[in-house]
Write a protein that binds this ligand. Structure first.
Ligand SMILES: [Zn+2]
Length: 236
């Protein structure tokens, strides 16, 4: 039984290490995704702003067409003015020209307003893009580092799994089943009798259980936490 306990101890050591590696393998990609989340929303905001600028450009172009058409209309009225015969006709055209000038002025103001907004928006986009680029650069260093770490962890996982696959079949089924039931909870599966208590759950052990564990003829479990009780702690 002592040899079996030694095997179980070795197996548990591997399983505890496997647990740590597995947790890191799950944690690192999650952390990276969390770090990249703000960048995704920044990029979405920049894309939205770019779309807005495109819409503004369409508005500015159509305002520009209005301005040009207005200037043409004014020119035509000017030509008509030169051909007039009566004072009455002159008055009518003069009023039309004044109305046209006001209309043109309105359109110019509108176009200018759109262009100013466009310029401010474009500057804002440039600023946001620069901030995003800086974050992107920092994050790509970070993801390279994490990818490297993940590669090392995967290799470690493979190595430990290989070791486990070698040891586990050597352990008798009964003992292995008991062990797996406890270790499946992802905990240290072996404890030892420490001043009459279980070294893991600190429960006081009945004298009979203590004796059985110390003799180590059969596999003895802590009545409280269920761990496999051994005589003393061994450094692995
Ligand atoms: Zn216990």
């Amino acid at each position: 039984m002592k040899a079996i306990i030694e095997q179980l101890r070795t197996l548990n050591d591997i399983d505890v290490r496997l647990g740590v590696v597995k947790r890191d393998l799950e944690r690192l990609p999650r952390e990276l995704a969390e770090k990249q989340a703000p960048m995704k929303s920044m990029k979405a905001a920049i894309d939205r702003a770019k779309m807005e600028v495109i819409r503004m450009k369409v508005d500015a172009d159509s305002a520009d067409l209005e301005v040009k058409a207005g200037e043409e209309a004014l020119k035509r009225l000017g030509v008509q003015m030169d051909l007039l015969k009566t004072q009455k006709e002159f008055e009518a055209i003069r009023r039309q020209m004044e109305a046209q000038r006001n209309w043109n002025k309105e359109n110019e103001t509108k176009e200018l307003g759109i262009l100013e907004k466009m310029e401010a928006k474009t500057k804002d986009i440039e600023k946001q893009q620069a901030a995003l680029d800086a974050l992107d650069l920092a994050s790509s260093d970070e993801s390279t580092r994490i990818e490297k770490e993940l590669g090392e962890l995967r290799a470690r996982y493979e190595e430990l799994s290989g070791q486990r696959a070698k040891i586990a079949p050597e352990i008798p089924d009964t003992e292995l089943t008991i062990y797996n039931r406890i270790a499946g909870r992802g905990v240290v599966a072996l404890s030892f009798v420490k001043n009459g208590n279980c070294s893991e759950c600190y429960m006081r052990l009945p004298a009979q259980i203590q004796n059985l564990a110390l003799i180590g003829k059969d596999l003895t479990c802590c009545p409280s936490c269920g761990r496999i009780l051994t005589a003393e702690k061994k450094q692995v």
